[in-house]
Design a protein around this ligand. Structure first.
Ligand code: NAD
Length: 254
């Protein structure tokens, strides 16, 4: 290989949350380096439309990733359509905001853990099992958050706990699967200007307060995450596993 080689040409990449803000940008990035993208999100029609907008070699998969028993079948269908997937990017996630910690219900807890953590684990397990069975190297990129380290505050603490668990699990998966040549890394976005970040009733001055906390003095954009994600999947990151990349304009530094 050359020193600068994405090594992703013709490879199959699964992106979850692929019709959301960051997921869509990431899917576009993989299409640009000529990978075949399996776009997974809740709504089949939106997945299809997004896949079509990227080109004929990409395909949409409408799936609720909380249907754990169906995840191996999803991985099999993608393999049958696009070939064995060698990269999985786990972007799908939700936040349930509450006024404070006293307002958190069991349903809030379960909703966030079910998609952010449980679905991520079992989809990754199904994906990695195919790599292990076929002796194929691969890569997983898990979307964590800066809140994995800060803990968040008020009503976002449970969401951030799921992100902390993702970071921890990323390291454990990385250590467990290194002998199989499956690399596992995470990305920690900061404050990204997507619907997920906006709370009801947020004012322009609330937004300005957030911006002033960011050393680079602007909110993140979905596109800001593409480079780090494609890099982690590429051969250029071939000696990286168990890492967390901070994509936050310096919001937190660690
Ligand atoms: N926006 C931010 O400020 C921010 C900050 C830190 C981390 N993150 C993380 O980045 C990722 C993407 O965030 P975003 O802002 O693009 O959010 P988004 O809401 O635009 O995208 C999330 C996507 O996940 C999908 N999804 C949710 N539940 C699903 C399920 N059960 N099955 C399949 N798909 C499901 C949604 O349909 C949506 O398209 C998330 O994991 C989020 O936690 C975002």
């Amino acid at each position: 290989m050359t020193h600068l080689d994405w090594g992703l040409f013709g490879k199959t990449v699964i992106v979850t949350g692929a019709t959301g803000a960051i997921g869509r940008a990431v899917a576009e990035g993989f299409a640009e380096v000529r990978a075949k993208v399996a776009l997974v999100d809740l709504d089949q029609a939106t997945c299809d439309a997004t896949a079509r907008s990227l080109g004929a070699e990409h395909k949409g998969y409408g799936a609720d990733l909380r249907q754990i028993a169906q995840l191996p079948d999803l991985v099999s269908r993608i393999e049958a359509d696009l070939g064995l997937a060698t990269t999985l990017v786990n972007v799908a996630g939700i936040i349930v905001r509450t006024a404070d910690l006293f307002a958190v219900t069991e349903a809030d807890w379960d909703a966030q853990h079910d998609i952010n953590l449980k679905a991520l684990f079992f989809l990754t397990q199904a994906f990695a099992r195919r790599l292990a069975d076929t002796g194929t190297p691969g890569s997983v990129i898990n979307y964590s958050s800066q809140g994995a380290l800060s803990g968040g505050f008020g009503g976002s603490v449970v969401y951030n706990a799921t992100k902390g668990a993702i970071t921890t699990m990323t390291r454990g998966m990385a250590r467990s699967w290194a002998p199989l040549n499956i690399r596992v890394n995470s990305i920690a976005p900061g404050l990204v200007d997507t619907p997920m970040m906006h709370t009801p009733g947020q004012t322009e001055s609330d937004r300005e307060v957030m911006i002033q906390q960011i050393p680079m003095k602007r909110l993140g954009l979905p596109d800001d995450h593409v480079g780090a994600t494609v890099f982690l999947a590429s051969d250029m990151a071939r000696y990286m596993t168990g890492a967390m990349i901070n994509v936050s304009g310096g919001f937190l530094m660690y």
